[in-house]
Design a protein around this ligand. Structure first.
Ligand SMILES: [Zn+2]
Length: 140
């Protein structure tokens, strides 16, 4: 390394660590990524829906549903898509009929195969590291 007479001094002064959006919690990386109540109202939902849209896109491609977009990042899922002459359907964010009351009764994706008589529910979450176990428990 070439010695020079330049001295770089970096001083970081934390004056206020409170989140500039919610003004309730410390503005940490984890708070911004997954715990800010202001960002939860819209931004976290958008992120969740984009993750599910990619999942929906990949499932549709795999089972042979004709898609109007070539790339997942411009794809917007329709509420219901069908293939194989209507014998397989994929629903997006639709309420499911249940025999008992379930508060959040809208699985992200439901794959219904009438030929086999099967139904697969997929519900995603994008939790922060601290909330993974809690979210897993909620989803099951
Ligand atoms: Zn905040």
């Amino acid at each position: 390394m070439l010695k020079t007479c330049t001295l770089i001094i970096i001083i970081i002064i934390i004056i206020d660590s409170i989140c500039r959006l919610c003004k309730q919690f410390d503005e940490t990386v984890e708070h911004i990524i997954s715990a800010c109540p202001i960002l939860a109202e819209e931004q976290y939902i958008k992120r969740h829906d984009r993750v599910c849209a990619q999942l929906h896109f990949n499932i549709c491609k795999k089972i042979g549903v004709k898609l109007d977009k070539e790339h997942w990042y411009v794809y917007v899922p329709q509420s219901v898509k069908t293939c194989h002459a209507g014998k397989v359907s994929i629903s997006w964010n639709q309420q499911s009929g249940t025999d008992r009351t379930i508060p959040s009764n809208k699985p992200d994706i439901v794959i219904r195969d009438n030929r086999k008589g099967t139904c697969v529910l997929k519900d995603a979450a994008v939790p922060g590291d601290r909330n993974v176990i809690k979210k897993e428990a909620e989803k099951f």
